[in-house]
Design a protein around this ligand. Structure first.
Ligand SMILES: Cc1cc2nc3c(=O)[nH]c(=O)nc-3n(C[C@H](O)[C@H](O)[C@H](O)COP(=O)(O)OP(=O)(O)OC[C@H]3O[C@@H](n4cnc5c(N)ncnc54)[C@H](O)[C@@H]3O)c2cc1C
Length: 414
C-alpha cells in the first residue's frame, strides 16, 4: 500500500502525518523547488486542533503561535455584536491557535522530516498527469528544468490547492475560480499587543470588514506579530477575478488609506499599523462551485483542491486537516483503492460542501451583516436590534455545521 500525495501545503503535509501514524506509507510530491515562508495568518479551530493534538503537535505550535482565548464580532463602528471565549476557556480540550501560515507549514514539515522515511517529500515535482493501471496509479511529474519523471502508487491524492492540476485533470472545463466580488488585503507586522494578547477582533460585515489578531511573538520587546486584513466589496459575486488571484500579489498603501477611515477599532491605531507594514498582499476572494464528486477510481482530492472556500469562519486549513484524518482512518480500516476513496468522499464531501456554501453567505460573521443591515448607524442596545437567541443561532449554527461545537468534539474524543 502506498499513497501518492500531490502538494505539500497544509492539507498534504497533515494527511501524510496521519497516514504515517496509521502505518500507511506515502510520498508527497510538491511543485516548488523550495518551500518559501509565504502567507499570513490562519486560525486553527478546535476540530483541526483535535487532529493536530492527536499528531502530538501542540508543543511545537505553542512555540510559534498564539493561543486564542477570545473572539469579538463588532460593527465597523466598533459596537459589540457577539463575543465569546475560545479554546480552553470555552471548555474545549484543546487550545485554539492563531498562527502564520508559514509557521504552521514549517511545524508540519519538521514533523514529516522527523517521522517519515527519507525521500517521503519530493520537491520540484509538478504534477502533470495520472493514469490508472491494474494494480494502482502512475503519475507524471515535471521538474523546473523541464525534465519529467514518473512515480507509482496504489492511490493518488490531489492536495494541490485552489489551482489544483489534479482537479483540472478530472474537471477540465471548470475554468478560473469564482470571484466573490470582494477584495482582501492581508498583512502582518510587529505591533504592541492589545487586550489580553490572545483575542481576535472582527469589525464589520461581509462588504466592509477589518480583522485583527496576533499570530505569534514579535521580534522586538513588547510586540506581537499582528495579523490584519481588510475586506471590501468591489463587484457582485460570481464573476471572474479582476486579475488571476494569487496569494502573493503585493498591494500598495494608497489603495487602503481611505478605506481604513471607515473602521473604528479603539484597541489599535490601525492606520499607523498598516502604514508600518512594509509588504502586504491583495487577493480577490475566490472559491469554486462545490463538486458532486472528488474521487475518480484511484484518484481523489483533498483540502483546497476539493473545496476552496471563502475565509469567513476560518475553516480553509481546518477542513483540509479533517480530510487527511478521514482518509487515513478509511485506509486504516482496511479499505483499499477506489472503494476506500469512495468511503472517504462519502464521509467528507457533504460536510465540506456545506461549509463552502455557508461561507458564501458570511459564515458565522453573517451575524454582523444581520445587525448592520437592521441598524446601519450606531445603536444603544444590540439586543433590541437582533435578540441574543438569534445571534447565537447564527454563530453556534456555524460551529455545528463546520464540526467544532463543543459536544461534537467531546463525542469525537470519546
Ligand atoms: C503561498 C500560499 C499562501 C497562502 N496564504 C494564506 C493566508 O495567508 N491565509 C489563509 O487563510 N490561507 C492562505 N493560503 C491557503 C491555505 O493554505 C489553504 O486555504 C488551506 O490551508 C488548505 O490547504 P491546502 O493544503 O489544501 O492548500 P495549499 O496550502 O494552497 O497547498 C497546496 C500546495 O500544492 C502545491 N501545488 C500546487 N500545484 C501543484 C502541482 N501541480 N504539483 C505539485 N504540487 C502543487 C502548492 O505549491 C502548495 O504547496 C495560502 C496558500 C498558499 C499556497
Amino acid at each position: 500500500m502506498k499513497v501518492i500525495i500531490v502538494g505539500a501545503g497544509i492539507g498534504g503535509l497533515s494527511a501524510a502525518l496521519h497516514l504515517h501514524r496509521q502505518g500507511i506509507p506515502c510520498t508527497i510530491y510538491e511543485k516548488v523547488p523550495e518551500l518559501l515562508q509565504l502567507g499570513v495568518g490562519l486560525t486553527l479551530l478546535p476540530h483541526a486542533m483535535t487532529e493536530l493534538d492527536a499528531l502530538g503537535l501542540v508543543p511545537a505550535l505553542d512555540r510559534v503561535a498564539v493561543r486564542t482565548e477570545h473572539l469579538y464580532y463588532r460593527t465597523r463602528h466598533g459596537q459589540g455584536v457577539w463575543d465569546e471565549p475560545r479554546g480552553l476557556p470555552a471548555g474545549y480540550k484543546v487550545p485554539q491557535f492563531s498562527i502564520h501560515r508559514a509557521h504552521l507549514q514549517q511545524v508540519l514539515l519538521d514533523a514529516v522530516r522527523e517521522r517519515l522515511p527519507e525521500g517521503a517529500l519530493v520537491l520540484d515535482a509538478a504534477f502533470e498527469d495520472v493514469a490508472e493501471t491494474a494494480e494502482g496509479v502512475t503519475a507524471r511529474f515535471r521538474r523546473a528544468d523541464g525534465s519529467a519523471f514518473e512515480a507509482g502508487g496504489d492511490i493518488l491524492v490531489g492536495a494541490d490547492g485552489i489551482h489544483s492540476a489534479v482537479r483540472r485533470r478530472f474537471h477540465p472545463d471548470e475554468g478560473m475560480p469564482r470571484w466573490s466580488g470582494l477584495m482582501l488585503w492581508r498583512g502582518a507586522v510587529d505591533w504592541p499587543g492589545f487586550m489580553d494578547g490572545r483575542s481576535i477582533i472582527i469589525s464589520g460585515g461581509t462588504d466592509c470588514k477589518f480583522i485583527l489578531y496576533p499570530i505569534g511573538p514579535g521580534r522586538t520587546p513588547g510586540t506581537q506579530l499582528m495579523n490584519w486584513a481588510v475586506v471590501v466589496r468591489q463587484a457582485g459575486p460570481g464573476g471572474s477575478p479582476p486579475a488571476r488571484e494569487d496569494w502573493n500579489r503585493e498591494a500598495k498603501h494608497e489603495d487602503l488609506r481611505a478605506l481604513l477611515t471607515r473602521f473604528t477599532v479603539p484597541e489599535a491605531d490601525i492606520a499607523a499599523m498598516v502604514a508600518a507594514t512594509p509588504v502586504f498582499w491583495e487577493f480577490p476572494m475566490c472559491d469554486r462551485d462545490p463538486l458532486a464528486r472528488w474521487s475518480f477510481g484511484r484518484v481523489t482530492l483533498l483540502g483546497d483542491a476539493a473545496h476552496p472556500m471563502y475565509p469567513f469562519g476560518a475553516n480553509g486549513a481546518a477542513q483540509a486537516i479533517l480530510d487527511g484524518r478521514a482518509l487515513a482512518d478509511v485506509l486504516a480500516s482496511g479499505a483499499r483503492g477506489a472503494e476506500a476513496l469512495r468511503a472517504y468522499e462519502a464521509e467528507r464531501l457533504p460536510k465540506a460542501n456545506d461549509v463552502v456554501a455557508r461561507n458564501r453567505i458570511g459564515g458565522p460573521e453573517r451575524v454582523i451583516d444581520e445587525v448592520e443591515s437592521r441598524a446601519p448607524d450606531p445603536f444603544a442596545d444590540v439586543d433590541a436590534v437582533l435578540p441574543h437567541a438569534e445571534r447565537e443561532a447564527i454563530v453556534r449554527g456555524y460551529s455545528r455545521l463546520a464540526g467544532f461545537a463543543t459536544d461534537q468534539l467531546a463525542r469525537a474524543r470519546a
